[in-house]
Design a protein. Structure first.
Length: 235
């Protein structure tokens, strides 16, 4: 497979669908740098946020549907593990955040679960329509809006077992939408923090265009090589 993906129509943004989440400056700068490199490589590059991400109501509905579906999937996964192991898995066999999702999933009705699935399917169609209407080949975003975090930030607290889940919500707004839509996405270590830690930049293509991502990643790796870079301390 050749490395040249041809001239692509590229959109890039550092603002995700959640207006309350701010991308830190170093991550935003890394993303903008990649956009500049792509422009230099001959691609048509514009700073454009996906249309559905600018719709606050649609984003809020997506979040609600995603949480409900995730809770049911988690409850079903624990039930499956219990059946396979022949042992009932309860709160003492899972992390507090996981068990809280299990409890929520068990409280939701079949109708509510179907409504969540329908909502996620509607969001998928909405995103696909924007992709086609805007004529976009690739979207470039931060992988996460923060610098690499330290251990322990996702731990639950005695009075809030969902603290870790809530904390995680702040780092997934750029990735979760494409877990739902099924569009191919790839995180590339194209930026570096002042402390020498890698900053991921996400590239997303339309459905079925995995080959475009692989070719684009190869082109970016040649333009911004990373294979020999290592943090000062790494495991």
């Amino acid at each position: 497979m050749g490395a040249d993906p041809g001239s692509l129509r590229v959109a890039w943004t550092t603002q995700g669908p959640d207006p309350t989440v701010t991308t830190v400056s170093e991550v935003a700068a890394a993303t903008a740098s990649v956009a500049g490199v792509l422009a230099g490589l001959g691609h048509r590059v514009d700073e454009v946020q996906p249309g559905p991400w600018g719709d606050t109501a649609a984003s809020a509905e997506f979040t609600g549907h995603f949480v409900n579906a995730l809770s049911v999937w988690t409850a079903a996964g624990i039930a499956d593990l219990s059946a396979r192991a022949g042992v009932a898995i309860g709160a003492d066999g899972t992390e507090p955040g996981t068990w809280s999702l299990v409890e929520l999933g068990r409280m939701l009705s079949g109708v509510q679960f179907q409504q969540a699935l329908d909502g996620l399917a509607a969001y998928t169609r909405l995103m696909a329509a924007w992709w086609d209407d805007a004529g976009i080949d690739v979207l470039v975003t931060p992988t996460v809006p923060e610098l690499p975090w330290t251990l322990g930030q996702f731990a639950p607290t005695p009075d809030n077992p969902l603290a870790g889940v809530a904390r995680a919500a702040a780092i997934v707004p750029f990735c979760a939408p494409f877990n739902v839509t099924g569009q191919p996405a790839m995180s590339l270590p194209l930026g570096w923090s002042d402390e020498g830690l890698p900053i991921g930049v996400q590239v997303v293509a339309r459905h079925g265009a995995e080959d475009v991502l692989v070719r684009l990643a190869a082109q970016l790796e040649m333009a911004m090589p990373w294979a020999d870079r290592r943090p000062g301390v790494f495991a």
